[in-house]
Ligand binder design. Structure first.
Ligand SMILES: Cc1cc2nc3c(=O)[nH]c(=O)nc-3n(C[C@H](O)[C@H](O)[C@H](O)COP(=O)(O)OP(=O)(O)OC[C@H]3O[C@@H](n4cnc5c(N)ncnc54)[C@H](O)[C@@H]3O)c2cc1C
Length: 439
């Protein structure tokens, strides 16, 4: 068998799987992607009404100017002119009002920290986290403990605790390690980016480019299992179609799905996968006839403690023009929840009835008849939860089953999950796979 005839299967046409496919096809391998849904993009996918020019992501998405892996890939593809970086306004809550919090002058003016020592401590902690690269020391303690010690209770409770509780729930908010917070504050920009046409436009274009280069993509083909044969080949099994044999397989699903699909994994690796924790997400998207935010704000950081039944309110059309969406105003109402939270079982109507009354707190003029259409997206795998000393628990990309590789959001630590790191881990996996195939 010649090297070029090696067959590689990739499970999942998300950004990670497609990034791996790009390097593997460019290295002359035979690459086949199997995707359960009918479109590429995974968690970053979007949808489009017939009268919209752009798609809307099912879960709000943007890039940071520091997303070097994603922006580097787009550059290699020659599409950098299709990335835009508007500067929308993010706001923080304080005593019933929202204040811009997206620049140093805005942070200085924010009243939630007063004018004395707290503002200085906030500034120093932010600066320290921007400058240090020593995340390994920070993962030994929790965000809660580190921030209380360094920034003080008042600063932590005003600035970061609401986000921790919102993202990780009461159960995990105090347990997440400080390296997670470091990763967020270390390199994120206030300018936010997207692809012209939306993330789905990028995913579609990327998938089409992969196919042009020779990658086979099979949609609506959920993989049921991956097993190693006596001859060393890997058999990929589907629900209805005949199984296929490959030399290597890369899985880009959640750790739980990886454990289910791959019965040959040894006990140690398997228990490592199953011990990883994550939050799910429930995100409602509404198209409205009017703008909601009277001030034109984009991202509302909302402390749940003050009685909102959601974590974030994001007016997409204060980031991108309503004209891209046929004049509709697009609003997201989002939350990270434990996977057994009742919201996963509620109907769209029930969720809408719970959420709508709170929109008058943002705009007293809001009326339910502004709502034109509602979509709800739910995923059990949205945000990995990194506990203390998490680096010891990251499953290896090269699994103990020869030829089987695993690249997921749970392994990009210390970085927080995101499409940028899906590109990084997808390409890292591809490099390792190519290395193994070297004669
Ligand atoms: C609420 C939310 C907000 C986010 N915001 C941002 C943001 O602002 N910016 C950003 O960059 N990132 C953001 N992310 C993260 C980003 O979406 C992910 O990091 C990235 O998309 C992960 O890509 P992936 O390829 O690793 O996995 P996925 O996108 O999960 O891809 C896996 C693919 O596998 C498919 N699949 C599942 N089971 C099977 C099966 N049995 N057989 C075949 N295929 C299967 C799935 O359909 C999916 O297409 C956000 C995520 C969430 C949930």
């Amino acid at each position: 068998m010649t090297e070029t005839s090696k067959r590689i299967a990739i499970i999942g046409a998300g950004i990670g799987g497609m990034s791996a496919a790009y390097d593997l096809i460019n290295a002359g391998k035979h690459v086949v992607i199997y995707e359960a849904s009918d479109h590429p993009g995974g968690l970053a996918a979007g949808f489009k009404e017939p009268h919209w020019d752009w798609s809307v992501e099912r879960y709000y998405h943007h890039w940071f100017t520091s997303d070097k892996y994603m922006l580097g890939l787009i550059d290699e593809l020659g599409w950098s002119d299709q990335v835009i970086f508007p500067k929308p306004i993010s706001v923080m809550y304080y005593k019933g009002k929202f204040y811009p919090f997206d620049s140093i002058p805005a942070a200085i003016m924010y009243p939630g920290l007063g004018w004395g020592i707290n503002k200085i401590r906030f500034g120093f902690v932010g600066l320290y986290l921007r400058l240090t690269n020593n995340w390994r020391a920070l993962e030994k303690t929790t965000t809660d403990a580190w921030m209380r010690a360094k920034a003080g209770d008042k600063v932590y409770e005003a600035m970061w605790e609401p986000m921790m509780v919102g993202k990780f729930g009461e159960r995990y908010a105090k347990e997440v390690n400080m390296a997670w917070m470091w990763a967020r504050l270390h390199s994120r920009s206030t300018r936010l980016g997207t692809f012209i046409g939306g993330f789905q436009a990028f995913a579609d274009k990327f998938a089409a480019e992969l196919q042009r280069r020779g990658v086979e993509i099979h949609y609506e083909m959920p993989v049921q299992s991956i097993t190693r044969q006596e001859n060393g080949k890997l058999q990929v099994q589907f629900m209805d179609q005949a199984p296929e044999l490959f030399d290597q397989v890369l899985v880009t699903l959640s750790p739980g799905m990886m454990a289910k699909l791959t019965p040959d994994l040894p006990k140690d690796y398997l228990s490592g996968l199953l011990s990883l924790k994550n939050m799910g997400a429930v995100v409602m998207t509404l198209s409205l006839s009017h703008a909601l935010s009277p001030e034109g704000y984009y991202w509302y950081n909302i402390p749940k403690q003050v009685g909102f039944p959601f974590l974030s309110l994001v007016e997409h059309t204060n980031f991108l023009k309503p004209e891209y969406f046929g004049g509709d105003h697009i609003l997201y109402i989002g939350d990270y929840l434990e996977v057994d939270h009742p919201n996963f079982q509620k109907s769209d109507e029930q969720l809408l009835a719970e959420f709508l009354p709170h929109l008058t707190k943002i705009n007293p003029q809001f009326s339910p008849d502004w709502v034109k259409k509602v979509w709800v997206s739910k995923t059990p795998y949205a945000q990995p939860i990194p506990l203390v000393n998490h680096s010891e628990n990251i499953p290896a990309v090269k699994t103990p089953v020869p030829g089987v590789y695993f690249a997921s959001m749970s392994q990009v630590y210390p970085w927080d999950r995101g499409t940028n790191f899906a590109v990084e881990i997808g390409r890292r996996a591809a490099r390792m796979m190519l290395e193994e195939l070297k004669p």
